[in-house]
Design a protein around this ligand. Structure first.
Ligand SMILES: Nc1nc2c(ncn2[C@@H]2O[C@H](COP(=O)(O)OP(=O)(O)O)[C@@H](O)[C@H]2O)c(=O)[nH]1
Ligand SMILES: [Mg+2]
Length: 353
């Protein structure tokens, strides 16, 4: 299919032209999600640039979301039936932010309004407050945007797999993966790690950016192929399945509320366990401290006993030495006295002749 044909297919897409009617859907909502700075806004710019084929503009405010300032879910219309949504980028992939992703993906938070990020049950309040503002007639296509430049730690890959599968359960569609910065890393290995996560549809781009928007056929074609894949998929799913958008929205809401509930329960449990572990550690430390104190006391006593013993031994030694000296002195005196006596005796009986 050449580019003009691709454009025609995309442009002519309408739920109203389906043989079973639109079943309650009126537009495709391509929901972009992913980590901050991975190129979501640039991908929207790329799509609009290719679609309009005019001058490049920073429609989606690429780069401005860096550091978390993209706080709204901003819709960008491509055709009258296809809208791209720049969801709020996530700082990290973890259980907390996953709840946000699911609420945004499930279209449970209104478009064009500020998306606060809060912890705890705040998300539930926001979902409930948004009930009247969200539309059930949007057909959601989840698209995960990931930069090839990024070296994903193994732990994060595990969490991402879980998120992608939950996104499938939530929307009924396996997310399409859009790889950006495709010439800035090992594309083959990144692709294969997403395949290992069960992802089949992967598109790789070098986004058109403010710095580089020199039109190339390869990039234009890849974008059109991506949009064609999205419309083909939506068509298949609505033509070959009986759908009920109102019930689907209700189910998605139930799913996310349940997710938040489970997450909070788990967080509470973890906090309890952390507290218990902390108390146990303190107790163990106290026991250890007492044992050490006892040991120190034992050592002190032993040393004191040894010192006392040493003192006594020395005293005894001194006494013995003194006794010995006295004894020797006695002997010497005795000998001297004996010697004296001997002279006298000789004096009496010495002159026998
Ligand atoms: N070279 C290159 N730069 C890109 C690509 N995609 C995004 N960028 C740049 O990466 C930065 C972050 O992109 P941005 O679209 O704001 O990311 P977001 O936070 O996901 O919306 C910007 O400076 C973009 O110009 C790409 O495919 N190739
Ligand atoms: Mg952005």
């Amino acid at each position: 299919m050449d580019m003009d044909e691709l454009k025609r297919v995309i442009n002519n897409f309408s739920f109203d032209s389906f043989k079973n009617g639109n079943q309650g859907f009126n537009q495709i909502l391509i929901q972009l999600f992913g980590l901050l700075g991975h190129g979501k806004s640039s991908f929207i710019n790329t799509c609009i640039y290719v679609w309009q084929d005019g001058e490049y503009q920073n429609w989606a405010k690429a780069n401005e979301g860096h550091g978390g300032t993209t706080t709204e879910r901003i819709p960008h219309k491509i055709t009258s039936n296809i809208t791209l949504v720049d969801n709020r980028g996530l700082p990290v992939l973890d259980g907390y932010w996953s709840g946000e992703i699911f609420a945004q993906l499930g279209n449970l938070l209104p478009l064009g309004r500020k998306v606060e990020l809060d912890k705890g049950f705040g998300l539930v309040d926001r979902i409930v407050r948004s009930e009247k503002l969200v539309k059930t007639s949007d057909f959601i296509v989840p698209v995960y945007v990931h930069s090839v430049k990024y070296n994903m730690p193994a732990e994060e890959a595990k969490e991402l797999k879980r998120i992608l599968h939950t996104a499938r359960d939530l929307t009924g569609i396996y997310p399409i993966v859009v790889l950006t910065h495709k010439t800035y890393g090992n594309l083959t290995s990144v692709e294969s790690s997403f395949r290992d996560m069960g992802i089949e549809r992967i598109f790789a781009f070098e986004n058109y950016t403010q710095e580089d928007h020199f039109k190339t056929r390869g990039r234009h074609e890849e974008v059109l192929k991506f949009l064609q894949e999205v419309v083909k998929d939506a068509q298949f799913r609505v033509e070959h399945q009986t759908r009920n958008p109102v019930k689907e929205m209700h189910d998605r809401k139930q799913f996310v509320l349940n997710y938040v509930h489970q997450r909070e329960k788990k967080a509470e449990q973890e906090s309890l366990e952390r507290k218990k572990a902390f108390e146990k550690a303190i107790k163990e430390k106290e026991i250890k401290r007492q044992e050490e104190e006892l040991e120190r006391e034992r050592r002190r006593r032993k040393e004191a006993e040894e010192a006392e013993l040493r003192k006594r031994r020395e005293k005894l030694e001194r006494q013995r030495a003194a006794d010995q000296a006295r004894y020797e002195m006695g002997i010497r005196e005795q000998q001297a006295a004996n010697a004296k006596k001997g002279k006298k005796f000789l004096g009496l009986f010495g002159k026998r002749k």
